[in-house]
Structures are given as C-alpha cells and as structure tokens.
Design a protein around this ligand. Structure first.
Ligand code: AMP
Ligand code: MG
Length: 329
C-alpha cells in the first residue's frame, strides 16, 4: 500500500522548555538524525536541519524552493560553540557575540573547513547566530549539533511569525513543527560581516544600528547578503508604500477603479472604504505584525495593500527594507 496525498504534519506545542522536556528532547533527536524541524525563534520561525548533514540541508533548499547560492544562517545554543562552525574568529566577532548573543544579530565569519558547501551556499564564510528564544535554544542544545535554519516559508513569501504560517507554506516538507506561539520581534536578524575590524551590515534587521552602536563602514545596499538579491516577502496582492497624509486619497482612488484596498497604518488613521489589515501604535508593533498583515491581505482578497511609510530609524530601517521588497514588481 502506498500512502496517498499529503503526509500528516506532526505539531508539538512547547510553551515551557522545562515542563515540555520530552518534546524538546524529541525535537533535538530528530534534528541530529537528519530530519527537518520548524521552530520558533525571537525573530521569525525557522526551518532547521543539522548544519553538518548535507542531505538534510539539501532538503531545506528543496522545501523552500530556495536558490542554492543563498546560504543559510547556522544557529548555535551558546556563543562558546562558535568554534564549531568558524575557522577563525576575529576580535570584532568575539566582542559582538559577547555583547549581543543570544539575540537577533547574525555574524559572518570564516567558515570551518568541514562545514558542507550546501550549508554555506558555496562561500568560504558562514553566517552564525545564537537565538534568544528559549524554545529555539533548548532544542538546539538538545540536538547537540549546529542547526542551519532559514526562515520557514516558501522562498519569496513573507516570513512566518506563527506556526500556522509555517504549516500553510511547508506542511508537507516538515518532519516536526514546534508551535511556540507568535514570535516576538517579527523581522529577521541583522546580518553583520565581522571578519575584519570594520563591521559591515549585510542585511538590516531586528537589531538596530542604534543598538549596535558603531559607525558602519559599509551598508546593506553596497555589500548585500546573497539573499537580498532575490524578490522577497511578497504576498499575492499588490503592495504600495504611501505617505500617511496620502493614504485616504489613494484608497478612494483605488475604490473608484473598482479595486479592493487594504491598509497597514497607524491606529489613529481611519480610511473609510478600505479594509484595515493592521493598525500599529509604534514601529515595533508594526515590525511584529507586518508579515501577518501581508499574509492576511491575501486571505481578505485585497487587490492593493496600502502600507504607510515609517521613519527609517531603529527597526524602521528593516521594516522599510521589507516593505520595499514586498512592493517591488
Ligand atoms: P533567512 O534565514 O531566510 O532570513 O536568510 C538568511 C540571510 O543571511 C540571507 O539573506 C542570506 O543571504 C544571508 N547570509 C547567509 N550566509 C551568509 C554569508 N556567509 N554572507 C553573507 N550573507 C549571508
Ligand atoms: Mg528568509
């Protein structure tokens, strides 16, 4: 007998890593054995595999439809595991790790010679981080191996901030989905090259430039991560960035064309005739809710999702970066 149709998806809810110890150990054992485990981090949900298992990592690329030249972030349970994946660790990498790990900072270092090519996308460097989410850290510690984990979405889609988002994109590819509730920050980690004494931001993210506190010598547009070359974060509807003062007029114009407009806008702005998909009090709230909004706009049959621009300070930089990519045609 052959199984017909979709593979049933195994979902484990883990809210307390001590109380749910058996689930944590089970997830860790699966990762070690080469299975794919989707798990919550403080940024977005990740699709994890043993970073040293070529076959398992290849399945991540297949599941996501991710281009092979877009390397994965390798996740560690603790900063002092960095030498398990790095060939050399610069003083800058060491001090960034000491200061910001666990947390939403990904550090690019020279890759250890044994790290599979598929994990690092054929580069000689590896992007590494220690997530702050207790479930992610406990599961990676239980795995006992570095865990390669890109965001757990189909390539090009908005990143997942709930277990439901993961299931919607990847149900038939995931061996285990850990539901740890909605993620806290909602945008991906900041990627910084720390191979020399001059830090270079490769991708804007949840850790802000203000928090990093150094004058960066390069910027994300001149020295991008390979992944930033690809179209990203795009729902099936159109996304348009508008200044708050033009929101109402733009919504009316769309309605006049017979189109259904949705809005992602500050709570105090009311846009008659448009469907409110997300209202936010501040930019942190917007960051947390943005990917959910992009996905919900699809299910609400929105033709054009109008997103108000936010100032490019703090996490506003990462938010505007993601909005521009979602809006790119
Ligand atoms: P994701 O995990 O899907 O958020 O994507 C990880 C991001 O990190 C992508 O933009 C990758 O291109 C980037 N990245 C991974 N490894 C490296 C590396 N060695 N150098 C620069 N960027 C990297
Ligand atoms: Mg991603």
């Amino acid at each position: 007998m052959h199984a017909i149709g979709r593979r049933p998806l195994t979902v484990l809810t883990i809210t307390d890593v001590d109380a749910d110890r058996r689930a944590v150990d089970r997830a860790g054992a699966m990762l070690r054995a080469g299975r794919l485990v989707a798990l919550p981090t403080e940024t977005v949900y990740g699709l994890g595999a043993n970073a040293y298992d070529d076959e398992a990592v290849r399945r991540i690329f297949l599941a996501k439809g991710r281009p092979a030249d877009n390397p994965l972030i390798v996740h560690l349970a603790a900063a002092d595991h960095l030498d398990r994946v790095a060939a050399t660790i610069s003083p800058l990498a060491r001090s960034l790790a000491a200061r910001f790990w666990p947390g939403p900072l990904t550090i690019v270092v020279d890759a250890a010679p044994g790290l599979p090519d598929v994990t690092i996308g054929g580069l000689t460097t590896v992007a590494v981080r220690v997530p702050a989410h207790p479930v992610a850290r406990a599961v990676i510690a239980a795995a006992g191996v570095p865990v390669a984990a890109p965001s757990a979405n189909r390539s090009g889609r908005p990143s997942p901030t709930t277990a439901d988002h993961v299931a919607a994109d990847l149900a038939e590819h995931v061996d285990l989905l850990i539901d740890g509730g909605p993620t806290g920050l909602g945008v991906e980690s900041t990627v910084v090259d720390a191979r020399t004494e001059h830090p270079v931001i490769y991708r804007e993210g949840a850790l802000t430039r203000e928090q990093l506190g150094f004058a960066v010598t390069g910027d994300a547009t001149r020295a991008p991560s390979p992944g930033t070359r690809y179209r990203h974060y795009a729902p099936t509807c159109e996304v348009e960035i508008v200044e708050p003062e033009h929101l109402a007029a733009r919504a009316i114009a769309l309605q006049a064309e017979g189109l259904r407009a949705g809005t992602v806008a500050p709570s105090q702005l009311h846009t008659p005739g448009a469907v409110p998909i997300a209202r936010f009090g501040d930019v942190d709230e917007l960051a947390r809710d943005l990917y959910r909004a992009l996905r919900d706009a699809e299910s609400a049959d929105i033709d054009v999702l109008l997103c108000t621009a936010v100032p490019e300070t703090g996490v506003g930089r990462a938010v505007m970066d993601r909005l521009r990519r979602a809006a790119a045609r």
